[in-house]
Write a protein that binds this ligand. Structure first.
Ligand code: HEM
Length: 458
């Protein structure tokens, strides 16, 4: 790793008793150490931590960024006692063009207001309704897996998650329109992670043919499609998430405007599908590499029917351990962003206003200080006897924590378990000899080769 010139991020105010954040701008000018980070994030972050501790700065893609490494720094930032850390200015430069006004990008009072209303759409009885909708879709997709025998699991999970989302969220039956919506959501997600991002002066949609320009068109398409559906959804008593959002009220009777609903729907589709896809892919891989775990999970699933109920899914204790361990090893959101809206401090280190801070669950999830053999697949570490995740209350944080903690956490667990449960009951699957899964480390985790598997009907 290049060491560059060591410099404090900013000098703390005199008499404050604070230390400066240590770091350096090493590596290539402008790009800094981004390439080193992308090549081997684990080693890179460990080196930063050992050199400069849990709050350190480096330069990445043209700007300085503070990295919060480990659960102590995480806890202070997430507690946000002086309301210094905001999401909007942290996320806006990364995903704002496609997901503006999503609940994740709102802050403080306004965030609380929206979150309170949205919460009602994720109450238990609503989840039960969503599960009824998704079970037949899952069965239909897995039927295709069985017929194919050999397939790439990651894109197949992605198609499944997109179909579940369009049907469960939008209440649309499979067909051309739902496919067009699914495709548009996907274009927004791809564009948000695009490397070529610059809008082209004079070109309404940016550089033609780029992921960015496809994303802009897709966002417009979604706004017009969803906007056109709001009135009929408000008038319906449907059980899909869209109808629910149109009609939910907080305990104080607050409701969403039409514009809020469109913005929230676009963001929810984004939040829901790649995260669940990555988790299911990771679980399918570990279950194939560890056939004893696959059999153990299958035994629990065979004791239930094909369409498990919400309560029955809670009985799949081995599958739950596998899900937790997969989320630990590959958290679907490896980095979260905050921006300091005023001068503040973390663990006694001075953070000036305007600083972008990255929270890194992947790092916390692999700290040998909290996890035994952190790179080994060992679901039992979450068992009641061991509970390694209790070593620190923020050692395991795939769903975040505090004010912005994932609102879809129980929805995600339900969808993921319902899918794996059905797959375990109908099929046994394995990997090519000697196969090792490799995740691409740019943006959200993606499997480079799609995860080839062999599926055998039971
Ligand atoms: C395994 C799947 C999932 C994982 C790992 C995950 C992870 C996360 C994380 C880490 C955050 C917090 C980000 C931050 O604090 O900066 C978050 C927020 C959020 N997630 Fe999820 N998520 C998943 C699935 C879902 C699903 C299925 C939905 C919707 C149905 C959803 C909706 C949201 C929303 C709306 C927020 C923003 C909450 C707020 O700002 O108050 N997520 N998620």
């Amino acid at each position: 790793m290049s060491t560059g010139m060591h410099r404090p991020l900013a000098m703390p105010p005199r008499g404050s008793g604070l230390e400066p954040v240590p770091g350096h701008s090493g590596g290539i000018p402008v790009v800094g150490e981004t390439l080193t980070l992308l090549r081997n994030p684990d080693r890179y972050l460990r080196e930063v931590y050992e050199a400069d501790g849990p709050v350190a700065w480096r330069r990445g893609l043209g700007r300085k960024m503070v990295m919060a490494l480990g659960p102590d720094a995480w806890t202070e930032i997430q507690q946000n006692k002086d309301k210094a850390f905001a999401n909007g200015p942290g996320y806006e430069p990364v995903i704002g063009r496609f997901f503006h006004r999503g609940v994740l990008l709102l802050d403080f009072e306004e965030h609380l207001f929206h979150r309170r209303i949205m919460q009602a759409a994720f109450a238990r009885d609503r989840l039960v309704g969503y599960l009824d909708r998704m079970n037949p879709t899952i069965e239909q997709h897995l039927g295709i897996w069985e017929a194919q025998g050999e397939l790439k699991a990651a894109p197949a999970f992605k198609r499944l998650a997109l179909d579940v989302a369009t049907q469960t969220f939008l209440g649309m039956e499979a067909g051309e329109r739902s496919q067009a919506m699914g495709g548009a959501f996907n274009d927004c997600v791809v564009a948000a992670g695009a490397v070529v991002r610059m809008p082209l002066p004079g070109a309404r949609y940016g550089l033609p043919g780029t992921e960015w320009s496809r994303g802009i068109k897709a966002r417009q398409f979604l706004e017009s499609e969803l906007g056109g559906m709001v009135a009929s959804k408000r008038a319906s008593d449907g059980t899909d998430l869209f109808s629910v959002l149109c009609n939910v009220e907080s305990e104080d009777g607050e409701v969403f405007t039409d514009e809020d609903i469109v913005n929230h729907m676009v963001f929810l589709m984004f939040a829901a599908h790649d995260t669940s896809t990555a988790t299911m892919t990771s679980m399918a891989y570990h279950l194939a590499r560890n056939p004893e775990w696959q059999e153990r999970c299958r035994a629990e699933s065979l004791a239930l029917g094909q369409h498990a109920t919400y309560d029955e899914l809670q009985q799949l204790t081995s599958l739950d351990l596998v899900m937790k361990e997969s989320l630990r090893m590959t958290p679907p959101i490896p980095m979260m962003f905050r921006s300091a809206v005023k001068d503040t401090q973390v663990l006694g280190r001075f953070i000036p206003q305007g600083t972008i801070v990255g929270l890194l669950p992947h790092f916390s999830h692999h700290m040998p200080e909290y996890w035994s053999n952190p790179y080994d697949f060992d679901p039992e570490r979450f068992s009641e006897e061991r509970r390694e995740d209790k070593g620190h209350r923020n050692a395991w944080v795939p769903f975040g924590s505090s004010a912005h903690k994932c609102i879809g956490m129980y929805f995600a667990g339900m969808e993921i378990k319902a899918t794996l449960h059905q797959l375990l009951r109908t099929s046994r699957w394995s990997l090519p000899v000697g196969y090792r899964l490799r995740w691409a480390t740019t943006g959200l985790p993606q499997v480079r080769d799609g995860l080839p598997i062999h599926v055998q009907s039971l």
